[in-house]
Design a protein around this ligand. Structure first.
Ligand SMILES: [Zn+2]
Length: 454
C-alpha cells in the first residue's frame, strides 16, 4: 500500500485563434477589449462551439488512449463569482468528451485518466486596491484532464505533467510560450486514512510539485480534515479555503443553448489519422530499430523538435553515437543555457559533419564537446572550422611521443608513483599529455605510448 494518493485535474489552454463559444480573439491585451455579448454573458447572446477547439480536444483524448463519447453534451455549472458574469460556466459534467485513458510514466507505471472534458475559462481577476475583472480571458477554450489518484509522489506528478506536455507539443495544440498549465491537486495520506484534501488552482510545473511536497508533509504531521485549500507560492504553504463542497452543490443542468449532437465516427477516425507518431512510440521504435539506449531514446523523443533533429542526423550518421551526443552533450548544453532547440539556429546539417568527424575519430571527444557548445551559441561550418583552426585529432606517433617524453621529464614524482603501481598517477600523466596537446591527441595513442615509455 502506498503512503500517498494524488489525483490531478489539469487545465490546459488550447491554442485556438478564437474563444470557445464566440469569435473574439484569444490574445491578451488591454483589459476588456477582446469581448463581445457572448463572452460577457449578455442576455440573448448565443454560444456557438469553436470547431477547432472541439477537434483539438478529441485529438488530445485519443493521444491519451481515451474512449470518445458518442455525443457531445455541454452543461451549466452554476456559481456566483465576479469572474463569471453570466453566473454559470459552460462545461461538461454528466457526459464528458472522453473517459478511461492512461499515461505511462518513465518508470512504466500507468496513471489512469478518468475523464477529459472541454470547458470555458472564466475571466481573470486582478486584485489591487480594489478588485478588477478582465473579461479578455473569459471564454478561452480549456481542456480539463482528470486522473485517478494513481500518483504517489511529487516526482511522479512532475513526470505525469511532463508526459502531458510532451503530447501537447507533438499535437501542436498548446502554446507553451503564452499558455498556462493549471492544476487542482487532491492529496491524501495513509496516516490520515486517506482523508481527501484538494488544493485549488496551482499554476506551473514547479509549483505543482512544491505544493504536493508541502501537503504530504503537512498531512503526515497534523490532523487532516476534508477540505479545499489554496497554494501560496510566495510563502510555500497551503491555506484552508473552505470545507469541501461536492460537485452536486453546483447544480449542474444541461446547457440549453447548445444542442446535443452525435460525434460521428468518421470525424474521430479522420482526427486519429492526423495524430503523429507520439513520443513513447517513437522512443520504442528507435530502441528496437536503431538499438540506441532506452533513456537516450526517451529523452530525445520527449521534445518534437529535438526528435526530428535526431532523426535527420541519424539518417546519415551512426545512430548510437548520434543519440549519445544529442542527449548527453547537445541537451546538456541547451539545459545549462536555459534555452530550447527552437531558440537556437542549430540544424541537422551543422551536426552531421561534426558527428562524422567523431565517428571517424578525426576529432577527439573533447574537441567535439567544445564545438557543440559553440554551435549552440551560433552555428558555423564545422568542417571549415576544424581545418582552419587545426582541430583535427593528432594520432601521429612521433608527434605524441615527443609530448609523452616531455611530460615524463617534467613529472618525475608521478612517474615513480606509477612504477610503484599507482593507477591514479598514470591517469594524471595522461591528463598532462592531453593538456599539452590542447585536447587534440587521440587518447588511445597517448595511452599506448605512455605504457611503452613509462
Ligand atoms: Zn466574445
Amino acid at each position: 500500500m502506498v503512503d500517498a494518493l494524488i489525483g490531478m485535474e489539469v487545465h490546459v489552454q488550447l491554442n485556438t485563434n478564437t474563444k470557445l463559444f464566440c469569435r473574439c480573439p484569444t490574445l491578451s491585451g488591454i483589459p476588456n477589449t477582446k469581448t463581445c455579448p457572448t463572452c460577457l454573458g449578455h442576455p440573448g447572446s448565443k454560444p456557438v462551439l469553436n470547431k477547432r477547439a472541439f477537434h483539438y480536444a478529441i485529438k488530445f483524448a485519443l493521444a491519451l488512449n481515451c474512449s470518445i463519447a458518442q455525443s457531445l453534451v455541454f452543461s451549466r455549472k452554476t456559481y456566483f463569482y465576479p469572474d463569471m458574469s453570466k453566473n454559470y460556466q459552460i462545461t461538461q459534467y454528466e457526459l464528458p468528451l472522453a473517459v478511461n485513458g492512461k499515461v505511462v510514466l518513465d518508470s512504466g507505471k500507468e496513471i489512469r485518466i478518468k475523464r477529459l472534458h472541454i470547458e470555458e475559462d472564466p475571466a481573470g481577476l486582478v486584485h489591487e486596491e480594489i478588485s478588477l475583472v478582465d473579461y479578455n480571458r473569459s471564454g478561452i477554450p480549456l481542456v480539463e484532464v482528470v486522473s485517478e489518484p494513481d500518483i504517489s509522489s511529487a516526482e511522479e506528478a512532475r513526470d505525469f505533467m511532463k508526459k502531458l506536455m510532451s503530447i501537447l507539443n507533438y499535437l501542436d495544440i498548446f502554446d507553451a510560450s503564452s499558455g498556462v498549465i493549471k492544476a487542482d491537486v487532491n492529496v491524501s495520506v495513509k496516516k490520515n486514512n486517506f482523508e481527501r484534501v484538494e488544493i485549488k488552482n496551482v499554476t506551473g510545473f514547479k509549483e505543482i510539485e512544491r505544493a504536493i511536497e508541502y501537503e504530504i508533509h503537512r498531512q503526515n504531521n497534523e490532523q487532516v480534515v476534508r477540505e479545499t485549500r489554496s497554494w501560496n507560492a510566495d510563502l510555500g504553504k497551503t491555506f484552508s479555503l473552505r470545507k469541501k463542497e461536492t460537485e452536486e452543490d453546483y447544480g449542474y443542468i444541461t446547457e440549453p443553448d447548445i444542442i446535443v449532437r452525435q460525434i460521428p465516427k468518421l470525424v474521430i477516425d479522420k482526427l486519429s489519422q492526423e495524430i503523429p507518431e507520439l513520443p513513447a512510440q517513437k522512443a520504442e521504435r528507435w530502441v528496437k530499430n536503431f538499438k540506441i539506449d532506452s533513456v537516450d531514446a526517451r529523452i530525445i523523443a520527449s521534445d518534437p523538435q529535438v526528435a526530428s533533429l535526431y532523426e535527420e542526423v541519424a539518417f546519415q550518421c551512426d545512430k548510437i553515437l548520434s543519440a549519445r551526443w544529442v542527449r548527453r552533450e547537445l541537451l546538456r548544453v541547451l539545459n545549462t543555457a536555459g534555452v530550447k532547440l527552437s531558440d537556437t539556429a542549430l540544424k541537422a546539417y551543422h551536426l552531421i559533419p561534426l558527428f562524422k568527424l567523431l565517428e571517424r575519430k578525426e576529432i577527439t571527444d573533447r574537441t567535439g564537446q567544445q564545438l557543440i557548445r559553440e554551435l549552440a551559441q551560433s552555428p558555423f561550418d564545422v568542417g571549415l572550422r576544424v581545418k582552419n583552426d587545426g582541430l583535427s585529432a593528432v594520432g601521429d606517433v612521433s608527434e605524441i611521443g615527443k609530448l609523452v617524453d616531455l611530460v615524463l621529464d617534467e613529472n618525475v614524482q608521478a612517474l615513480q608513483d606509477y612504477r610503484k603501481g599507482e593507477q591514479k598517477a598514470f591517469e594524471f600523466l595522461v591528463g598532462q599529455i592531453m593538456k599539452k596537446a590542447k585536447g587534440r591527441a587521440k587518447p588511445d595513442v597517448v595511452r599506448t605510448l605512455l605504457l611503452e615509455k613509462a
